[in-house]
Design a protein around this ligand. Structure first.
Ligand code: DGT
Ligand code: CA
Ligand code: CA
Ligand code: ZN
Length: 605
């Protein structure tokens, strides 16, 4: 059940949309929109506020306050229902499509009776749109593209943008006098592929300076709501940031709560109840009326382990009081659980595994010994071979593959001669970094029938071949599956690059029988790439889990086209962690000796 504030936010936003779509006053609509965000971000529950109290929320005027009060009292807003009756909800959704907007949405509805996003897409495909003035053929295509984008991204922020922003904010807030702890939580800490908003948590005796510091950051464009426990802002990139400040003794419980996921939290809370505890955003509490007083004294029993400390703290406090939970470890220990890594916290069996003592020993970024998919300025990269190699060496890798595009990707103008010249150049650079073994590779193009760019004799000259789909995205499922299975069966193909070809928020995955491809990869000893580019993150976590069940192995690569991209594997590792992968699953954590053996695919030759 969402918080009442969130429900009210949605209703007010809907009201604002309906004002727009029915041709009402745009200023009024904007005022309701602003009020919607203000209520959603208000730290205090609006349920307890009367009209006067509601008007104290910045951005909430008298008429909004009355509507909110009406909602809390009766469960409905009359003015909203009146507007709703005029317009189907699908028309409201059409407004959100890029290049449609309220005016056009209304025109489409009035003139053509189009009442949903699906109907709009159908109308464009059957050329009905041109009947309406102002909709040319090009605008139809644009709208279709907009619909696709909207469906895929849902307004979420990519992992690199969110990480960069969150790190900046945490650094800035950590410098504020009085701040004792600060970190980001939420879906970003769990390394989801995109984030809805950034949740930052801090501890301080006085929250005021931290809240002020957040709202005063130069890249904060708008303060949605600010109060003593929670402040929400929008950055100039349109990313929402929620800051919560809690007392230091609640850090552990608050960090668990705001890291989520919601499903993980719900499971934890059930376990807490069974243990006579209550876990919430406000901390960990003793609720058992029979709680024994006395016993071990001193919540700060440092030597006795987190569990002992938590128990001791619990025992010395009375009924209904807070259990000291200064760390996440203490919270989990109080529930008889080991600490669970955030990327696992999705209620995908992690709590059950923890209870059995079978949590996976997750792969870490520091486990990576090399990168098997990178580009230079010989094709579409920005940096020279030397620059890429120097950056790879600085990352402490022990091997590094350069895999520029093969000739079938025509715009890259690759030739045999250029490829061989690069190989010589690479060999001349072999001693440039003593500890870094250089591998000469290529990124092959998997043709529509599963063939690749070069004949076996030429392929045999490479240390490593990645093979990827770069064309024919619309083949049917059987054909896509066939081409990818054939690529796995190619004895010179070691890694299948960005298997589904999706681009987050821009292009969907190809239609392919993933299980058949995973089985072929496992059978042939072909690694499946976890492409770490934040625009791709391909495979995605759930598909990696599936591939692992087939026994497939993975390569976490940057697909770098510039030196800073060589840092992308942190996102690929996060994705791999969400899929429970260990170093055993990831070939580029292996020593060169072991990887070399894997790359042979001898049985197939
Ligand atoms: P996002 O922002 O959509 O990518 O996903 P999250 O997971 O960051 O979700 P968000 O920002 O709404 O809330 C942050 C965390 O706070 C969430 O992971 C768990 C916790 N949380 C928020 N609302 C609820 C709730 O209603 N119940 C529970 N149990 N936890 C909640
Ligand atoms: Ca969030
Ligand atoms: Ca949030
Ligand atoms: Zn590539």
């Amino acid at each position: 059940m969402p918080r009442l504030n969130d429900q009210v936010q949605e209703l007010l936003q809907e009201y604002a949309d309906l004002i727009n779509i029915t041709g009402g006053d745009a200023f009024r609509a904007r005022a309701y929109e602003k009020a919607a965000r203000a209520v959603g971000g208000h730290p205090e529950d609006v349920a307890g506020l009367d009209v006067k109290g509601l008007q104290q929320i910045p951005g909430v005027g008298k008429s909004t306050a009355e509507k909110v009060a009406e909602y809390t009292a009766t469960g409905r807003i009359t003015a909203l229902e009146t507007l709703r009756a005029k317009i189907p909800s699908g028309v409201r959704e059409m407004m959100a499509v890029p290049s449609v907007g309220p005016k056009r949405a209304l025109a489409l509805y009035r003139d053509l009776g189009i009442a949903s996003v699906d109907e709009l897409a159908d109308a464009i495909r059957s050329d009905k749109l041109s009947e309406v003035a102002g909709f040319g053929e090009r605008s139809g295509e644009k709208i279709l593209h907009g619909i696709e984008l909207m469906r895929q991204s849902g307004g979420r922020t990519l992992l690199d943008t969110a990480t960069e922003l969150a790190e900046q904010i945490v650094a800035a807030l950590s410098d504020v006098p009085g701040c004792t702890r600060c970190a980001y939580a939420g879906s970003l800490r769990r390394m989801r592929e995109t984030v809805g908003d950034i949740d930052v948590l801090a501890t301080a005796a006085d929250s005021e300076p931290l809240m002020a510091a957040l709202t005063e950051l130069p890249y904060v464009a708008e303060v949605i709501a600010s109060g003593p426990t929670k402040t929400s802002v929008l950055t100039d990139q349109g990313v929402q940031v929620d800051l919560r400040v809690v007392p230091e003794e609640d850090w552990g419980a608050a960090l668990v709560y705001f890291t989520g996921s919601k499903a993980h939290n719900i499971k934890l809370r059930t376990m807490a109840v069974r243990a006579g505890l209550k876990l919430s955003e406000y901390g960990l509490f003793e609720v058992d009326g029979d709680a024994k007083n006395g016993g071990a004294k001193g919540g700060g029993a440092k030597g006795g382990g987190a569990k002992a400390a938590a128990k001791a703290a619990k025992a010395t406090k009375g009924d209904g009081t807070k259990v000291v939970s200064a760390t996440e470890e203490e919270v989990y220990a109080a529930l008889d659980l080991p600490w669970i890594a955030p990327p696992l916290r999705e209620d995908r069996g992690e709590i059950e595994a923890a209870l059995r003592g079978e949590l996976p020993d997750l792969v870490q970024e520091s486990d990576l010994r090399g990168d098997l998919h990178t580009h230079t300025d010989l094709t579409d990269g920005l940096a020279s071979l030397e620059e890429m190699i120097d950056t790879a060496a600085a990352r402490g890798y022990s091997y590094f593959a350069v895999t520029d595009h093969a000739p079938d990707l025509v715009m890259q103008r690759m030739t045999d001669e250029k490829m061989l010249a690069q190989r010589e150049q690479l060999h001349r650079l072999a001693d440039r970094h003593k500890k870094l073994r250089l591998l000469h590779g290529t990124e092959l193009n998997i043709g529509p029938d599963g063939g690749v760019d070069w004949p076996p004799e030429f392929l045999a000259g490479f240390d490593l071949c990645v093979a990827s789909v770069h064309s024919h995205f619309n083949l049917d499922r059987a054909a896509q599956t066939h081409r990818l299975v054939r690529a796995c069966e190619n004895p010179y193909v070691h890694v299948i690059g960005h298997l589904t070809t999706r681009r987050i928020g821009r292009r969907g995955p190809i239609d392919v029988d993933l299980d058949a491809v995973f089985a072929a990869a496992a059978r042939t000893g072909t690694a499946i790439e976890i492409n770490s580019s934040p625009q791709r993150l391909d495979l995605r976590d759930e598909d990696i889990l599936r591939a692992k069940r087939h026994g497939a192995r993975f390569s976490i690569d940057s697909d770098a086209h510039a030196t800073p991209h060589l840092a992308y594997p942190r996102f690929g590792v996060g994705t791999a962690q969400r899929a429970w992968l260990t170093t055993e699953d990831v070939v580029n954590t292996w020593t060169w000796q072991r990887l070399k053996h894997f790359l042979r695919k001898d049985a197939l030759r």
